[in-house]
Design a protein. Sequence first.
Length: 196
Amino acid sequence: MSFVGHDLLFPTIVAKFDRKDLLEDVVELFDSLGENDWSDNIQSLDTQILKRNQKLVDEFTKDVKKYIHEELSFGHDLQMSTSWFTKTLPNVIRYEHLHQHTNAIWSCCYYWQENCEIRFMKAPQSAPTIMCLPDEFNLVSAPTVNYQLEPGEFLLFPAWAMHEVVANNIKTERNSLAFNFMPKGETGVNDSSWVY
């Protein structure tokens, strides 16, 4: 065989962080919400929920900045733009909830319960036009990839990455904290630059 190797061009980055030390603060903030603080009982009405706890904003922002600067070599500054809690009720499948986040560059999901799962899907333009299934799926060949996180962990991924909550087949409510980041200050080049 003459094969000498291959490259993965333009991979979608999904980074995992362990912040069990923030569990108590996140749960306390979630528990402070009342019945009238929810939209359709699935998302907090306040889309700046973390502004109620500056320590959480600072800690999450510090982790994300450090990762994009040290691991990805991006030099621009970041700011948290939105943050909200989500609920998935027991035995509920939220059909057609595959989505991405606009007006953001990076997105994150933090979990504090067992059995929390998120699914990422290849963008339609990168899907094969002729279906030839591999003998075994891997991160390159799979059309979807699920992540199951431990309590106190969060994922960072590009805001454009298609994702959804995996159906909640357990007997209790499943909750998460989501937050997005935008550039801070001037970014871009020449006629494609902007100050955020």
